[in-house]
Structures are given as C-alpha cells and as structure tokens.
Design a protein around this ligand. Structure first.
Ligand code: SF4
Ligand code: FES
Length: 241
C-alpha cells in the first residue's frame, strides 16, 4: 500500500493502482468518457486530467485513468487549470458530436454552453475505443477497430462492410458512451447501426415461447469456443428456468 493525497485528503491505495480508480473508490468525482471497469484504460478522451506532484517535486498534468499512484503523490482533481483544459476538450468534442446529449450534458457540467468550433457530424462517435476494447477484451472477437489517422480517424469494421467476424452480441452498443452504435431487435432480425455501417443478423427463436432471443452467429460462436451443443440454445433463459 502507498499513502498519497487527493485534493488534500490523505488516502491509501495499492501501489500502481490508477489515480482515477483510487479517486472514484474514495468517492471523488472526475469526469470521464472513455473509462470502463470491464476494459483496460486507453486515455482517449482526456477529460480525466488531473494535476500530480510526485514526492520528488515533479509536477505534471496527466490523464488519471492511466496514471499509477505512488508513495507521497499529491493529486489535484479540480483546479482552474484543470477546468480550462477540460473545457477545451469538451468544446472540441461538442463540435465533433453536436447532437450527442451525453456530450451536451458533459459540456454544460463543465461550463461550456456552445462549441467555439465549427460543428461537424461524426455520428456521435468520440473515438473513445470502448467498443473496440469491449469487442476484443471482453468478447474476444475483434470485429471492429479504429482506422486511419488524424481527421480521417474513425471506428470501423474491416473494409467498412465485412462483418464476418461480428457475432452480433451488441457489446459495442451497450458500452458506447454516446449511443453512436445502436442495436434493434425486430421480427427475428437484429440490426446493429454504426456511424458508417448497418448490418442485419438472424436471431434464433426459443422452441417453447417462440421469442427471438439470441443471434445465430452468437450461438455458433459460443458453441464453437465453449464446446456447448447448439441445441442448448433451443430454449431462451426464461423458458429454461
Ligand atoms: S462508436 Fe461509441 S464506443 Fe466506439 S469509438 Fe465511437 S463513441 Fe467510442
Ligand atoms: S477517462 Fe481517462 S482519458 Fe478518458
């Protein structure tokens, strides 16, 4: 364990734990958009900026989701300097995603009512890579990735139309902080809509109640990787109990 201070409060934490996690554990709020407990931190949104001062006296502005705590560290989460930086970041995100209510709310919370940049519509995608990390680390499929560089950067499935790897589980949609990816089940078909792609997937019906409850590709994937007979998925979770 190490002892550090956050906003002047002395706390103890596991050495190497990320400053964001330690602060959140202690009930100290830091705004975030790209952090999620289920996936590794990535440092994309930069909203979680904090000021740190090491025991050796080194002072820096860092992304708290990627900054490991150490003995004697001083962390400040809410100075004027931090607020100014967060305002610049959310100003840019608001220009990128003017229709996103999540971004609008976060901007308001940080005192930014209107973006000072020219708005561009990127389908609400903030390039946080949560969908990519969930698909890779939680599902183990890697059906999506961030492609291109600079202003051309975007989230995409391979070659923008090859959804072969996708099993339609919808994890990307659940984890997306701005609802840039949506999922709809209707008439035995699951439709996953991304900013640059829309794909339909067949669902399997429950043999008892008839409800379509799981994508065929997800059934195939689980059967193949976990060695479970496909017949196991003949009944939905409700009818199985
Ligand atoms: S689609 Fe959503 S989760 Fe994926 S990078 Fe864009 S904002 Fe993040
Ligand atoms: S939460 Fe740390 S950079 Fe997004």
């Amino acid at each position: 364990m190490v002892t550090l201070t956050i906003d002047g409060r002395t706390v103890q934490a596991e050495e190497g734990a990320m400053a964001l996690d330690v602060a959140q554990e202690k009930g100290i709020y830091i705004p975030t958009l790209c952090a999620h407990e289920s996936v590794t931190p990535y440092g994309a949104c930069r909203l979680c900026l904090v000021e740190v001062k090491t025991a050796a006296g080194r002072e820096r502005l860092v992304t708290s989701c990627l900054y490991p705590v150490e003995e004697g560290l001083e962390v400040i989460t809410n100075s004027e300097r931090i607020l100014r930086n967060r305002q610049t970041i959310i100003d840019l995100l608001l220009a990128r995603c003017p229709e996103s209510t999540v971004i609008q709310d976060m901007a308001r919370e940080l005192g930014v009512e209107k973006s000072s940049y020219h708005p561009e519509d990127h389908g609400n995608c903030i390039l946080c890579a949560l969908c990519v990390r969930a698909c890779q680390e939680v599902v183990g499929v890697s059906a999506i990735s961030l492609v291109n560089r600079g202003v051309e950067r975007e989230m995409a499935i391979p070659f923008f139309d090859d959804s072969t790897a996708c099993i339609a589980c919808g994890s990307c949609s659940y984890i997306c902080p701005t609802s840039a990816i949506t999922m709809e089940d209707s008439g035995g078909v699951r439709t996953i809509r991304m900013p640059n792609n829309e794909t339909e997937f067949e669902m399997v019906p429950c043999k008892v109640c008839g409800n379509y409850w799981m994508p065929r590709k997800q059934v195939d994937y689980i059967s193949r990787t976990k060695g479970i007979e496909p017949e196991f998925f003949d009944l939905c979770t409700t009818c199985r109990d």
